[in-house]
Design a protein around this ligand. Structure first.
Ligand SMILES: NC(=O)c1ccc[n+]([C@@H]2O[C@H](COP(=O)([O-])OP(=O)(O)OC[C@H]3O[C@@H](n4cnc5c(N)ncnc54)[C@H](OP(=O)(O)O)[C@@H]3O)[C@@H](O)[C@H]2O)c1
Length: 158
């Protein structure tokens, strides 16, 4: 379960962006996931039920970002955080392709808007509620989906 992540600074307008913030967010949310995944792969390859779950976010959905132009339906404009999750999803699909046929199921989960440090506890869901989809994906039966992006309500559009 790749859960560690950061949101970066509070204000992330692209026109006034701090490149160091973008770099740090990508370092943690994307490169950190690659590092941890690759460190764990030898163990996963020996597991009878290997699963990789990346805790992503619906704000990384390009479809939802396009749909949110003119309204606030996909969260605030965030030039570091949102694209870091899009990047993470794209990286995940490369793992899905490379690991095809190994039995390792690789999926992304959005926990929803959860009250945590990440958002100053403004989220409306509890951590227990946010954990439901990640846990479901971490405990998928053999032959379950791989290369998907899920939230409690179902599939998140790319
Ligand atoms: N909260 C939401 O509404 C929401 C929505 C969608 C997706 N997510 C995603 O859910 C995941 C968990 O976030 P959260 O809401 O639970 O936030 P959180 O309470 O801030 O927890 C983030 C966790 O990541 C760890 N972490 C951050 N940077 C790290 C690093 N460089 N190395 C190792 N660990 C690091 C933190 O460890 P320390 O405490 O030691 O710093 C902390 O345990 C994140 O990937 C986030 O993007 C959250």
């Amino acid at each position: 379960m790749n859960n560690a992540g950061i949101s970066g600074s509070r204000e992330q307008l692209p026109t006034t962006s701090d490149l160091d913030v973008i770099r740090t967010v990508v370092e943690t949310n994307v490169l950190g996931v690659i590092r941890v995944t690759n460190a764990m792969l030898p163990l996963l390859r020996r597991s009878p039920s290997p699963r990789i779950v990346n805790v992503s976010s619906g704000v990384g959905s390009l479809t939802r970002q396009v749909g949110s132009v003119g309204n606030d339906s996909a969260g605030p404009v965030a030039v570091a955080y949102s694209p870091s999750k899009t990047f993470l999803n794209a990286v995940m699909l490369q793992y899905v392709r490379e690991l095809d046929g190994t039995g390792i199921l690789v999926n992304a989960a959005c926990p929803g808007y959860v009250a945590t440090d990440l958002n100053g506890f403004r989220g409306v869901r509890t951590p227990q509620q946010g954990a439901a989809t990640p846990i479901r994906l971490a405990t998928l039966p053999d032959g379950g989906p791989t290369g998907g992006f899920f939230e409690d309500a179902g599939v998140v559009p790319w």
